[in-house]
Design a protein around this ligand. Structure first.
Ligand code: FAD
Ligand code: SF4
Length: 554
């Protein structure tokens, strides 16, 4: 089908993604050079609509970017951490760990608890006040490249194409946003970032990236259950020792409790369902009490990068760079990346500004790529670099113990006996066939403390135009039923936290004539299918603008 030409607009810098990294890039650029033109495109219906995080926030980035934020009447973070607890859970009991064996770098003293979505809304307002243009509801769908191979901007997605691929009356062609430099701040597993890593072979000298899936609920709890500023983490039950992950429970603002569960995506058992593990976790005798008489008001899920120091790819290519989670700047044992997202955005902006002032365009910014390892971001990731590989290799009990020792060694002596360990297999390659795996029977949800996926997705306010091509593209449509179903029981049904994937049988009783169904309108944009599908057959691409979750206070 011949589509009309796209209109184009020119800017100094285009930023893809209005998360903390993208907004920090834009704000810092305008602070350094008020006359540069900077535009930020965001696929969510508003800034913050697609942001999902814990979140305990290390304020180091915010303090530098917006020094007045602590005294600002509109400050998005008002709850300081007051208590920091850590537990190891067994099925019926658990151990509360004392603070003293914890490496100091794990301490949450001085950090804030809040909604990262609200932090980005605040940063969005700050950015607009100084002249940054922000276009929410505009996904960047395509990277624009010139004849020399340099990135020269992005194109936003077309609107008004039907499921059948035909143009509808509402058709509007996407725009070309051309820039001297384009910054990719798409967060974990960005779909354009993935293409750039491939196109420019950015991961040539780094280990492959590792991931987890984080599933979160927001609860309003009874006043007697609320302890403002309490931060509680757990490991162990309900996950088996071989599967990595753990929970968080953060008390903040007006009787809100953020509760969530991360499962490392290198799990092996295809019967494992991260969503149901999370539901089970809430029933633990040492956990369930906090929810009694409370109300669940929010739900969402998002993949998190876990590869750390050794998985950070080359960050620059002709015409652009990666920042934030797109670059892989999450500290896994601290479950924190928002501070590095802000710091990396600021760092990139400083190098971009120098290049713009020198009259450069569409070339590479090697100085940004060379700089990050010797900044706070590098120090933050370097000291914890072996925690994830040790956890994956030795399981939770021994692996986390060794990881703790390693962090102490790094903190006290500045080096590790392990050197820098490599990660194991990529996450899509770790599943065992169902024939070798143990089935897991999950309890039915009670609708009070535990829930099913569909009632959960309802709370994420997810919405997609139904008459559009699926944004979950199968490279080969026969793979789910031909390969994944017999070998792995089609694990997408279980790892997807939004009930997007189903296997429906023509004859349900005899389980014959299976079909793979994709309910794309439920997708909360967590990106887990793009990561975990064993055949790497599912490609997440951007849907029509504004589609996806509409998270509130997440
Ligand atoms: C479950 C979980 C718990 C976490 N807990 C914490 C915590 O407690 N503390 C902490 O500091 N960190 C935490 N993190 C990590 C933290 O959330 C990230 O490090 C941080 O959000 C990264 O910021 P970012 O701007 O790089 O990416 P993101 O916050 O992911 O923002 C990316 C933005 O880009 C948009 N976007 C993506 N692709 C496109 C496109 N093609 N076109 C237009 N827009 C696009 C997205 O909609 C989004 O708004 C957690 C992460 C998860 C998943
Ligand atoms: S379809 Fe994929 S990206 Fe969407 S919610 Fe499910 S696993 Fe996440």
């Amino acid at each position: 089908m011949e589509l009309p030409e796209r209109e184009s607009m020119d800017f100094d810098v285009v930023v893809v993604g209005a998360g903390p990294a993208g907004l920090a890039t834009a704000i810092r650029l305008k602070q350094l050079q008020p006359d540069v033109s900077v535009v930020v495109v965001e696929k969510g219906s508003e800034v913050g609509a697609h942001i999902l995080s814990g979140a305990v926030i290390d304020p180091i980035g915010l303090d530098r970017l917006v020094p007045e934020w602590r005294t600002d009447a509109e400050s998005p973070l008002t709850t300081q951490v007051t208590a920091d607890e850590f537990m190891y859970l067994t099925p019926a009991s658990g151990l509360r760990m004392p603070q003293w064996p914890m490496p100091k770098l794990m301490s949450n003293h001085g950090n804030f608890v809040g909604s990262l979505g609200n932090v980005t809304r605040y940063l969005g307002r700050k950015a607009e006040e100084i002249g940054v243009e922000i276009y929410p509801g505009f996904p960047a769908a395509e990277v624009l490249v010139d004849d020399t191979g340099a990135v020269v901007g992005v194109a936003t997605g077309d609107l008004g194409i039907g499921k059948d691929g035909e143009i509808k009356d509402s058709f509007t062609r996407g725009m070309e946003l051309r820039a001297k430099y384009t910054v990719f701040a798409e967060g974990c597993r960005g779909n354009l970032t993935k293409q750039l890593i491939h196109r420019f072979d950015l991961a040539r000298d780094s280990d492959h990236q590792k991931y987890g899936i984080g599933i979160k609920e927001l609860w309003q709890v009874k006043p007697e259950k609320f302890r403002p500023g309490l931060v509680r983490h757990s490991m162990g039950w309900p996950l088996p020792n071989k599967a990595g992950g753990g929970s968080w429970l953060y008390h903040f603002d007006d009787h809100l409790v953020s509760v969530g569960f991360v499962v490392h995506l290198n799990y092996e058992n295809p019967y494992l369902s991260p969503f149901d593990e999370f539901q089970r976790f809430k029933t633990h005798p040492m956990i369930r009490d906090v929810f009694e008489g409370g109300k669940r008001i929010g739900y969402g899920a998002r993949a998190i990068v876990e590869g750390g120091w050794q998985s950070v790819p080359k960050l620059t290519f002709p015409g652009g760079c990666l920042v934030g989670d797109a670059a892989g700047f999450v500290n896994v044992p601290r479950i924190k990346g928002s501070h590095n997202a802000v710091l990396s955005g600021m760092l990139a902006a400083e190098h971009l500004s120098q290049a713009l002032q020198a009259g450069r365009a569409h070339d590479e910014l090697p100085s940004y790529n060379e700089a990050w390892r010797s900044t706070e971001i590098g120090q933050d990731l370097f000291r914890v670099r072996n925690v994830k590989p040790l956890w994956s290799r030795f399981g939770t009990i021994l692996g986390v113990g060794l990881g703790g020792l390693d962090m102490w060694m790094n903190q006290l002596l500045g080096f590790s006996f392990f050197g820098t360990l490599k990660h194991g297999k990529p996450d899509h390659a770790t599943l065992k066939p169902i024939a070798e795996a143990e089935p897991i029977a999950y309890p039915r949800p009670d609708g009070v403390l535990t829930f099913d996926k569909l009632s959960s997705v309802f709370l994420s306010n997810t919405n997609h135009e139904e008459d559009q091509p699926s944004h979950l593209v199968l490279k080969d449509p026969s793979v789910p039923i031909r390969e994944n179903l017999p070998r792995y029981g089609e694990p997408a049904r279980l790892y997807c936290p939004a009930a997007v994937y189903e296997v429906v049988y023509g004859d349900a009783e005899r389980r014959t004539d299976p079909h793979f169904v994709i309910n794309a309108q439920n997708c909360v944009h967590c990106k887990t299918c793009d990561i975990k599908d064993p055949a790497q057959n599912i490609m997440w691409v951007t849907p029509e603008g504004g589609g996806g979750p509409n998270y509130i206070n997440m």
